[in-house]
Design a protein around this ligand. Structure first.
Ligand SMILES: C[S@@+](CC[C@H](N)C(=O)[O-])C[C@H]1O[C@@H](n2cnc3c(N)ncnc32)[C@H](O)[C@@H]1O
Length: 293
């Protein structure tokens, strides 16, 4: 089995902004392979605690292998379940929260998970393998209008209708089972533009739909700031404009209430050096909010 890695993005900046109490209690809502949390633990003292959540049990197993530290406790759960799960641990409030949205490199690079356009694999795309909704179920069974809606809303794909029609025609002959079958079909409908593969927007749309990603972000950024202690901070890293818009608008509303304040007025982005070393950092945007009372 290959060794998967994921380079945590803007880890130094995030640690500096959210680790306000060296012996505090923290929540990593998207633990992944544990890159950020491992770094945070090097900055925290012995009485600190980090509660790590992920919907992906395989990622959690790797995180636990990568970090053997009694200060970390993990949960196979969505970050939106954090308030109730933290309560079971006697935790009502935390000093800092991180959401690093989207996919880990492990999920993207491992063809078996079905997120990769270039490496063939089953058309899966689930973060949580216990869920029954796969990308294959969506492309093989969802009605035309729903396919057009997700391609438009979640993929911002201008050719949503011709792609959806092509999917409907192709699935009549033979249901889609692999990422390559779908990618090849889309190549016949969408001309290659620039560096991105023609199926990039469609894969993004399917992944978001399959995992209910935008609904989770909307709920997460609305509800999780309530968990912060006064002076506590929540950082959110996003990788596309749909997510960033939700975070930006929700944080703005929270700041208007007076209970929270925006730590940075505009989104922060990685340095040129970081993007040069890690191409996946290129679209990252960081927003941070602080609870004031
Ligand atoms: C970009 S990765 C996180 C990488 C991590 N920060 C690191 O440095 O290794 C995003 C992770 O969030 C997880 N995820 C996505 N939506 C989630 C949700 N609603 N609740 C919990 N985990 C989620 C994914 O399974 C994935 O492992």
């Amino acid at each position: 089995m290959p060794t998967w890695t994921h380079i945590p993005i803007m880890a130094g900046e995030i640690a500096e902004m959210i680790l306000t109490n060296p012996n505090g209690t923290y929540m990593d809502g998207t633990l992944g392979l544990g890159g950020h949390t491992r770094y945070f633990l090097t900055k925290l003292d012995s009485k600190a605690a980090v509660f790590g959540f992920d919907k992906d049990e395989q990622a959690l197993q790797m995180a636990r292998q990568n970090i053997s530290d009694v200060r970390l406790k993990t949960f196979h759960a969505s970050y939106i379940q954090a308030p109730e799960l933290l309560k079971t641990q006697g935790v009502e409030h935390v000093d800092g929260i991180l959401l690093d949205l989207g996919l880990s490199s492990y999920q993207l690079d491992n063809p078996e998970r079905g997120f990769s356009i270039l490496n063939n694999g089953p058309l899966d795309m689930r973060f949580d393998l216990q869920n029954s909704l796969t990308a294959a179920v969506i492309v093989n069974t969802w009605p035309l209008e729903e396919l057009i809606r997700i391609l438009t809303d979640y993929g911002e794909e201008r050719r949503a209708e011709p792609i959806a029609l092509a999917m409907m025609r192709a699935r009549k002959d033979k249901p889609f089972t692999t990422t390559q079958e779908l990618a090849k079909l889309i190549e016949t409908v969408v001309p290659r533009r620039g560096k991105n593969h023609p199926a990039t927007q469609t894969f993004q749309a399917l992944r978001i739909a399959c995992n209910g990603e935008l609904e989770a972000v909307e709920q997460g950024v609305r509800v999780l700031p309530e968990l912060l202690k006064p002076g506590g901070r929540m950082a959110v890293l996003t990788f596309h404009s749909l997510e960033d818009r939700i975070v930006k608008n929700t944080f703005k509303k929270l700041a208007q209430s007076g209970t929270w304040r925006l730590v940075n007025k505009h989104a922060l982005v990685p340095t040129y050096d970081e993007v040069r070393q890690n191409r996946r950092a290129r679209s990252a945007k960081l927003r941070v909010i602080e609870r004031v009372s």
